[in-house]
Design a protein around this ligand. Structure first.
Ligand code: ZN
Length: 232
């Protein structure tokens, strides 16, 4: 799977071999983690893209809504569960701090983003490089800094292959949404709704931007490959 690929919820779950329910999944399988984003208008968390699409700032998660916490948005995001174990916030936070202190390799995090009901985009593989707590609307929230991995490692860490530069930039959510709407969820060449990919019209490596909808389009796998063959 390449960053920018559009997949269904089921495809995402089969890729991760679990039913993904939570937004944050520390060490979901082996030692890699999975984060789900949802940046739609009414999305609950303030995630953002920085550094020209290389860095994602992801907000931690609130307490669950309970009798004691009827309005999670006014409560500090918790580091610990009531029983004293680390929450997902705490697990990601400690992993980031271990890396910042030079005690561990950065945690590898796969990031998926929901753009429409049942429709997700693989945003790529990231390294968790920093975490902190900050005040936001009079309460403490967690922030995580994730850096897009330029080189994709295979499962055995033996072979490293350079990702194409084109896939090397994260397309901000609002751009993805605008493109999805404009192209009506179909390949702009053939109208296919299968195996779609967010394609840079002018590749990033040739000066095209990831940050404007005018330079992004939906292509099916076939037309994406065809286009790449023409460029190379
Ligand atoms: Zn097509």
């Amino acid at each position: 799977m390449k960053p920018g690929d559009v997949i269904s919820y089921l495809e995402m779950c089969s890729e991760e071999r679990v039913n993904l329910q939570r937004g944050m999944n520390y060490h979901l399988r082996g030692d890699s983690s999975v984060i789900l984003m949802s940046l739609r208008k009414n999305a609950p968390y303030a995630d953002r893209v920085e550094n020209d699409g290389r860095v994602l700032i992801y907000e931690g998660h609130d307490v669950s809504k309970t009798m004691d916490n009827p309005v999670p948005k006014v409560v500090n995001q918790p580091m610990y569960n009531p029983g004293g174990t680390l929450t997902q916030n705490g697990l990601f936070y400690e992993a980031a701090i271990r890396y910042q202190n030079g005690k561990h390799e950065p945690e590898l995090v796969k990031v998926y983003e929901k753009i429409h009901a049942g429709i997700w985009v693989f945003n790529g593989l990231f390294q968790l490089v920093a975490a902190w707590q900050e005040y936001s609307n009079s309460r403490e929230v967690f922030k995580f800094r994730l850096k897009l991995v330029e080189e994709e490692q295979n499962k055995n860490n033996i072979h490293v292959k350079k990702l194409e530069l084109d896939h090397d930039r994260l397309i901000p959510s609002e751009v993805k949404l605008a493109v999805w709407k404009r192209d009506k969820g179909k390949c702009v060449k053939c109208g296919s709704t299968e195996n779609l990919h967010f394609d840079h019209i002018i590749p990033y490596s040739k000066g095209g931007s990831s940050l404007i909808a005018e330079n992004i389009q939906l292509l099916c796998a076939r037309h994406n490959l065809q286009k790449r063959d023409n460029i190379e």
